[in-house]
Ligand binder design. Sequence first.
Ligand SMILES: [Zn+2]
Length: 71
Amino acid sequence: MAIDLSQFSELQKHSKASFNNHKKMVKQMMVGKVVRCELCGQPLTLYTPEKSEHSGIRCDKGCTDVALDFC
Ligand SMILES: [Zn+2]
């Protein structure tokens, strides 16, 4: 699949911003704060690698499904 370079840098910008946003969400959840899904308003669940093979942040409905890398 060919990707337009301008599109690609747009994508990178976007993923960097959401990466920082996700890190913030993880921090909040780790201190026990409830973070809600932007779409359905359900509380998000943090899945750590110990809890789940697919670590990430997910809501019950599945509209938020963020894969995270815990390094
Ligand atoms: Zn949701």
